[in-house]
Design a binder for this molecule. Structure first.
Ligand SMILES: [Cu+2]
Length: 189
């Protein structure tokens, strides 16, 4: 019984982290543009991205778009074969994998002018080595909840691959268990 309650509490902590997923508007008030001379590299360096967080690209779709690309394409501003393209002007992209995510605007010249973004998404485990650059900027990194390390030293593809389905199923089961526990306690009183 005690073990059940402990695991329920652990899952609540995990859920708290999941529901606390952050939304980051790319470029803050300037949005996704070339005219404001936003340094998107600097913008990204002031944030700590986690799996489940969302980045929001806001822009005028007449003038810009968002392409998710590979690292070589990002480096060379090659828009010939993007992984995916977003064109609504209000694109939210949820970060579901750890590692680097590369984006740029596919309108000719815009990537070369600096409208490009490299996000590094960290693993949820607290054992992840965090290589944060010195944050001298105004916006502090978001609060993070410490999750008990799963015994995985360093980055692991297995963890992120198995996380969504397994974790969601487990959380649902634990929530059902917790609800029945609470009901029992209430009925006993
Ligand atoms: Cu553009």
């Amino acid at each position: 019984m005690a073990a059940m309650i402990v695991s329920a509490l652990v899952c609540l902590v995990v859920m708290g982290r999941l529901s606390g997923a952050a939304v980051y508007k790319v470029g803050d008030s300037a949005g996704w543009t070339t005219i404001a001379n936003v340094d998107y590299k600097l913008w990204a360096s002031t944030k700590t991205f986690h799996i489940g967080d969302t980045v929001l690209f806001e822009y005028n779709p007449q003038f810009h778009n968002v392409m998710r690309v590979t690292h070589p394409m990002y480096r060379s501003c090659n828009s010939s074969n993007p992984i995916s393209t977003f064109t609504t002007g209000n694109d939210s992209i949820t970060l579901t994998n750890h590692g680097h995510h590369f984006f740029f605007c596919g309108v000719p010249g815009h990537c070369l002018a600096g409208q490009k973004l490299d996000l590094n998404v960290l693993l949820p485990a607290s054992s992840t080595p965090v290589s944060e650059p010195p944050t001298s900027s105004s916006s502090p990194p978001p609060l993070t909840t410490t999750i008990p390390a799963a015994g995985v030293p360093g980055p692991s593809h297995n963890l992120s691959a198995s996380l969504p389905s397994v974790a969601v199923g487990r959380v649902v089961a634990i929530v059902a268990l917790l609800v029945s526990l609470v009901l029992q306690i209430l009925l006993l009183n």
